[in-house]
Design a protein around this ligand. Sequence first.
Ligand code: HXC
Ligand code: NAP
Length: 299
Amino acid sequence: MQYKEPMLRDGALKGHTIIITGGGTGLGKSMTKYFLQLGANAVISSRKLDVLEKTAEELAQETGGKVLPVACDVRRYEDVEQMISLAETTFGKVTGLVNNAAGNFISPTERLSARAFDTVVDIVLRGSYNCTLALGKKWIASKQPGTILNIIVSYAWTGSGYTVPSACAKAGVLALTRSLAAEWGKYGIRSNAIAPGPFPTEGAWARLFPEEAMPKELVEKLSPKNAIPLQRVGEHQELANLAAYLMSDYSAYINGDAITIDGGEWLLGAGEFNKMRDIPDGTWDAIEQTIRKNTKKGS
Ligand code: HXC
Ligand code: NAP
């Protein structure tokens, strides 16, 4: 099937230097790999330097591209400024930003502490505007064009129970995308978003579908692939294809859009985690413990 294959022509991102937050794992890693294959330099950042260094080495070897791993907690503006400055020292300039870093886990909202709510919103929303603001200021001051891609989710516009902090934050990121498309277009800065449906990654599955703690009779019913009209989950390459296109000059006239890539999921059952209402109240302690255990293990 062609959707599992790289789509753009060789060298489509030559001359680009792209920062990918959360680029050490999951979808961030897959997008980074394809950007490198297309000739871009990549800066990958997250909190865990050891994970980033391992990914950087692996991807540089596989693609022959240049990858700079930088420890950066996107919640901290000083970290973000330092990351950009390191990227500029290494590659001269930065041409693109993918706001991909995220935090999320399923939970009935009333079980959350205020700090838990803040944590997810801070990573997703504050993290995205911190990186966007710090880089946008530089681009505007130096009269340099730039491309921003925000990774959101379809419940940014429908909302979704059981992932409420994430829904609030992703809705904010969608507003950021559209607002800056209108405001910064005049500087040659484009802002777009991708709203993926389920694409299996260790990070998301460990926190959103902790199967081992769910009632057995509900596992099949709650399984993400059963909520999708096309009856399959996404392939990382098809997301990477779309991301590379939006970061490339081929999409030069696309500004302010949010493209859904979910096999039709949200139209069939908007708010993909609403169905978690079937989970009996007494099961949530075990689910929470499993998610916390997965997180400690490093997922
Ligand atoms: C309830 C929880 C909890 C849980 C943590 N907390 N896990 N509350 N249920 N399962 C609470 C803690 O008790 C604490 O509050 C607060 O949240 C912060 O927790 P920390 O562990 O101190 O935070 P931190 O180390 O910053 O870790 C952030 C995290 C963690 C979000 C909790 O899961 C993480 O590092 N995630 C990063 C990767 C990730 O989430 N990837 C998935 C993205 S997938 P108190 O009050 O006790 O101090 C995605 C896909 C969407 O977004 C759609 C898919 C289809
Ligand atoms: P993932 O592998 O867990 O990716 C999240 C990344 O964010 C990790 O690399 C994590 O690294 C980083 N991160 C978390 N907190 C951070 C912080 N404070 N500062 C900097 N980096 C931080 O999960 P994923 O599935 O690939 O998710 C990637 C993106 O796709 C997210 O925006 C997610 O919402 C979106 N998405 C995914 C799916 C899916 O089905 N997988 C569906 C819709 C949307 P550290 O822990 O090292 O910091």
